[in-house]
Design a protein around this ligand. Structure first.
Ligand code: KG4
Ligand code: ZN
Length: 356
């Protein structure tokens, strides 16, 4: 079974092909440079860029006349205008090819992406840390995710990006903060893990962002005069190492708490995913959790951690393999709105059996 996946939820336009569980083609164009000028993603520009890029990327993907059995697209959460570009393109292709259509939960796809590189063992405990989300899930199977904890305000990646902006780093700053942290040392007491003195599984990073911005205000020398991070001083590196460490420590506390809770019962593996899963301190913290629990930890390689089409194509393939699809009315869901559990179990393999 061949699944074409389309990702347009934020500022990456990406397509990929997964055949019988294997990634056979993948193409991506990042709009990061366009949005860097504004210090964050501009939704109107993002959808226009997706509309401009998606056709040429599809041509370059290398389908070479083959017809996909399934077309999967990221249906949300994301920027609605951007999602609609991918959804419209996907539906047109599926109609043209007579393929099934599946709208994919972008967050679930981030976590399942690890399955392209190693077998996933369910039930799994998943930590999704990206620019927009910080979620802990109990994952029963590719189609059954139970949300255990989430952020009450900023996501971990958002905190990195906002603090990075105050440091004068270009958007998105998470990767640069991580890079700078490598030549720094953690200054004890600079930051305290936020929102851990409670008994829940949620996160709150806005207090940490405020603490970091106050620190930068008191130490203006930390601000970078140029976008070139190689000129950063030792104090900036130490600041970044301390920020990295406190974010990782916070994630670890809540993840361990989830594992020890009732919802951690029978867990057979851990999964770490999302853009912030590329962070060295976060990876190390989750590795420690896995070693202590004696469980395998699946972390996608860096290219699969940030937004990509492969995770959409793979999730589409997983769901289609189990007989799931959507009808052509499948909608796009903006950030903050729950994604309905509206998959339909099909009997055949092609859209001829599709009820719409
Ligand atoms: O998953 P993703 O590509 O996009 C979504 O938000 O869905 O994640 C992007 C986020 C950005 O906030 C970026 O700064 C962060 O991931 N990020 C990192 C690193 N690499 C990317 N944050 C910390 N350390 C990194 N190495
Ligand atoms: Zn994402």
């Amino acid at each position: 079974m061949l699944c074409l996946g389309i990702e347009t939820s934020c500022d990456e336009t990406a397509l990929a092909l997964v055949e019988n569980g294997r990634l056979t083609a993948s193409i991506l164009s990042s709009q990061a440079d366009v949005h860097a000028l504004f210090g964050g993603v501009v939704p109107e520009l993002a959808s226009r860029e997706h509309a401009r890029l998606i056709g040429p990327l599809y041509d370059a993907l290398g389908l070479e006349g083959r017809a996909p059995d399934v077309v999967a697209f990221a249906r949300g959460p994301g920027l609605l205008g951007s999602l609609l570009v991918g959804a419209g393109f996907a539906k047109a292709l599926a109609l043209g090819f007579g393929a099934r259509i599946i709208g994919i939960n972008h967050l679930h796809a981030h976590l399942l992406a690890a399955g392209l590189e190693e077998p996933l063992r369910f039930p799994a405990l998943g930590l999704l840390v990206s620019g927009g989300h910080t979620h802990i899930y109990r994952i029963e199977s590719p189609q059954r995710f139970i949300l255990l904890g989430t952020t009450l305000d900023d996501a971990a990646g958002e905190a990195f990006d906002k603090v990075g902006k105050l440091l004068g780093l270009p958007y998105p700053a998470g990767r640069l903060i991580d890079e700078l942290s490598r030549s720094g040392r953690v200054v004890s007491g600079m930051f305290r893990p936020p929102y851990i003195d409670n008994d829940n599984l949620n996160f709150s990073f806005s207090g940490l962002k405020t603490a970091a911005s106050l620190y930068i205000e008191q130490h203006p020398e930390l601000r970078q005069q140029s976008r070139n991070t190689s000129t950063a001083g030792q104090d900036t590196a130490n600041f970044c190492a301390s920020l990295n460490q406190v974010v990782a420590a916070t994630l670890k506390v809540k993840f361990e708490r989830a594992f020890q809770s009732e919802q951690g019962r029978g867990i057979r593996s851990f999964i770490l995913a999302g853009g912030v899963a590329a962070n060295s301190a976060v990876r190390m913290a989750l590795r420690e959790c896995a070693d202590q629990a004696g469980l395998p930890l699946a972390v996608p390689s860096p290219g699969l951690c940030t937004d990509n089409g492969s995770m959409i194509a793979y999730t589409g393939w997983l769901l289609a393999k189990e007989g799931f699809a959507h009808d052509f009315g499948v909608s796009c869901i903006p950030r903050g709105t729950p994604i309905p559990d509206d998959l339909i179990r099909m009997t055949g393999t092609r859209a001829e059996e599709n009820p719409s």
